[in-house]
Write a protein that binds this ligand. Structure first.
Ligand SMILES: Nc1nc2c(ncn2[C@@H]2O[C@H](COP(=O)(O)OP(=O)(O)OP(=O)(O)O)[C@@H](O)[C@H]2O)c(=O)[nH]1
Ligand SMILES: Nc1ncnc2c1ncn2[C@@H]1O[C@H](COP(=O)(O)OP(=O)(O)OP(=O)(O)O)[C@@H](O)[C@H]1O
Length: 270
């Protein structure tokens, strides 16, 4: 292949990387709007450099005419997540998509590599629409946490610097660093559960408070002015003490008053 042929060979891969980046960045903003929390922190992508494709083809004994099937990561994107749990969720979203097909997965989180490398990989078939019609290309999606990414980026640069001859001592220290990154991820996961729990309790408490204030307001409509004033005063005291059990009790009490009043007469203005 001459230089011009390489340019056209890489075109569908460039298009694939651009499209996949847009799709997963869009997924990030959509999930943020829908659920206020997104498992995707950020997305990157790259087309493998020519020298790297040729070096890999040589290493894996892939013939030039078999590059499209023999090298699966010419197009690659990387999805970074805050927590390990998010990786499984993102993988589920990818499996459910109709615009790509997952060929196979490599779980380097459960089965981390000898180097200490951790990530979840998916090799996909992606149909890209070119001027000459549809072309199906292979692409790699790497999903990892911020800590895994930090480790892999440093390790990649060190390996690049030392080529094949990374000193043994360095290799061992990198492995230990990978363990440390994994512990960091576990720590963050346990904090995540606490945060989610706190958010849930906060939401429930805030719902009770809102319902109680609405119910007290309704007492006026039923001319239960004394009860409304008394409930408001009790609410103020409970609010000061942040006693949620008392808040729920008061809500039940006010609801009972309202239900009795409703049996009697229709409120003014309702
Ligand atoms: N930094 C770092 N990245 C790795 C390591 N192992 C795998 N990767 C990344 O994951 C990609 C796919 O790795 P593998 O699943 O081993 O894929 P492969 O195509 O069979 O083999 P290689 O790409 O030669 O490693 C690599 O191209 C790297 O981007 C590692 O030990 N360190
Ligand atoms: N799927 C991917 N998404 C985003 N960036 C990637 C992806 N795979 C590799 N990269 C990054 O692209 C750059 C070039 O990597 P390159 O493809 O040459 O090597 P590699 O994937 O690490 O190795 P290999 O040749 O063994 O596949 C590196 O910074 C690497 O971290």
């Amino acid at each position: 292949m001459d230089v011009r042929d390489w340019g056209t060979f890489l075109l569908p891969y460039e298009q694939t990387v651009e499209e996949l980046k847009v799709k997963f960045k869009t997924m990030r903003s959509e999930l943020k709007k829908r659920e206020e929390y997104t498992p995707i922190e950020f997305v990157t992508g790259r087309v493998k450099r020519l020298s790297s494709i040729l070096e890999k083809a040589k290493r894996l004994n892939v013939k030039m005419e078999d590059l499209e099937t023999g090298i699966e990561d010419i197009a690659g994107i990387r999805i970074m997540c805050q927590f390990v749990e998010d990786i499984r969720r993102v993988a589920e979203y990818i499996r459910a998509r109709k615009d790509l097909e997952v060929l196979y997965e490599k779980d380097y989180i459960t089965n981390y590599k000898e180097s200490g490398y951790r990530s979840f990989h998916m090799i996909i078939r992606y149909p890209v629409q070119t001027a000459l019609g549809q072309k199906i290309v292979l692409a790699e999606i790497q999903i990892r946490t911020l800590a895994m990414n930090f480790w892999a980026t440093i390790e990649h640069s060190l390996n690049y610097k030392y080529r094949e001859s990374l000193p043994d001592e360095m290799r061992v220290r990198l492995k230990t660093a990978a363990e440390a990154a994994s512990i960091l991820d576990s720590e963050m996961s346990s904090i995540r559960e606490e945060i989610l729990e706190a958010q849930k309790t906060f939401e429930e408490n805030s719902n009770t408070t809102t319902q109680l204030l609405k119910a007290i307001h309704q007492l006026y409509f039923y001319h239960l002015v004394n009860e409304a004033i008394e409930s408001q005063e009790r609410f103020n005291a409970i609010w000061q003490a942040q006693d949620m059990d008392a808040m729920r009790e008061l809500l039940d009490h006010v609801r009972a008053l309202l239900s009795n009043a409703k049996k009697g007469s229709e409120p003014d203005g309702l």
